[in-house]
Design a protein around this ligand. Structure first.
Ligand code: CO8
Length: 257
């Protein structure tokens, strides 16, 4: 499917989705988020793809936020009806998504990175929720995901000051998985995607599902859910193959069945 604002590159078993508005620091307008949701759902349905890398075009930004020019004249009802459904569609993607952040990840850009399952950042990447500087607040999960991920006090720091945190800080806070030298974020993210793509796809899917469930359940419910998913994987060919390969001292070949 042709897209206007994003690029989709398939290198099975991985795919890379690039937000492609470098002149606007990849700011995400309504069309971008709709195209992103369409593309990610399409990749989620594609059996040849096992892991997705999400990045921004150019060397300055992952995404510098929602498109302020587009947003400035919107009414409350237009904001409510506008794009949230597409953010939810992105949240529901089953395959792992790795954000490769090479520059600014601000506002909706930070929130998009927080929708990903792993984050690789270049040394110069900057993260923040600068909405407060515009007289608004985060709206695509920033307050909730940051509070749950980095804790109340760090979330308050970012959301109430609007300051830009360094990749190093975000790494220390447990948001960024790995920091790499400038310009190497995409290569490193693809390498990691390849590593995950070689694993048993159903096990990858259920691991993601179980970890995300931890945000919505009590420990008791989460443990019960994990136990059921764990047992379910014993119905797969990949479980038989993975364990046979270990016993036979050979490399496992996973098929996703
Ligand atoms: N929206 C629209 N255009 C942008 C944005 C943006 N968020 N960010 C940058 N641009 C544009 C600039 O207007 C400029 O365009 P032009 O060349 O045509 O004038 C171009 O990108 C380059 O930007 P700058 O000249 O500003 O570059 P600088 O190096 O001087 O500054 C900054 C870089 C610091 C990143 C600066 O551009 C900036 O502060 N950008 C805005 C950051 C921001 O406030 N982001 C949060 C936006 S609000 C938000 O994300 C709410 C999310 C709600 C999600 C829910 C929706 C349903």
């Amino acid at each position: 499917m042709p897209y206007e604002n994003i690029l989709v590159e398939r290198e099975a078993p991985i795919a890379t989705v690039t937000i492609n508005r470098p002149n606007k620091l990849n700011a995400i307008n309504w069309s971008v988020i709709a195209e992103l949701a369409d593309a990610l759902e399409e990749l989620d349905r594609d059996d040849t793809i096992r892991c997705i890398v999400l990045t921004g075009a150019g060397d300055r930004a992952f995404v510098a936020g929602a498109d302020i020019a587009e947003m400035s004249g919107k009414s409350p009802m237009e904001m409510l009806a506008g794009a949230f459904e597409n953010w939810d569609r992105i949240r529901r993607v089953h395959k792992p998504i790795i954000a490769a952040v090479g520059g600014y990840a601000l506002g909706g850009g930070d929130e998009l990175a927080l929708h990903a399952d792993l984050i690789i950042a270049s040394e110069k990447a900057k993260f923040g929720q600068p909405e407060i500087l515009l007289g608004i607040m985060a709206g695509a999960g920033g307050t909730q995901r940051l509070a749950r991920t980095v804790g109340k006090y760090r979330a308050m720091d970012l959301c109430l000051t609007g300051r830009q945190a360094t990749a190093q800080e975000m790494h220390e806070w447990g948001v960024v998985n790995r920091i790499v030298p400038d310009g190497q974020h995409l290569e490193e993210a693809k390498k990691l995607a390849g590593e995950i793509a070689a694993k048993a796809p159903l096990a990858v899917r259920l691991n993601k599902e179980a970890i995300l469930a931890a945000y919505n359940t009590t420990l008791e419910q989460g443990l019960a859910y994990e136990k059921r998913l764990f047992a379910l994987l014993f119905s797969t060919q990949d479980q038989k193959e993975g364990m046979a390969a270990f016993v036979e001292k050979r490399q496992a070949t996973f098929k996703g069945s």
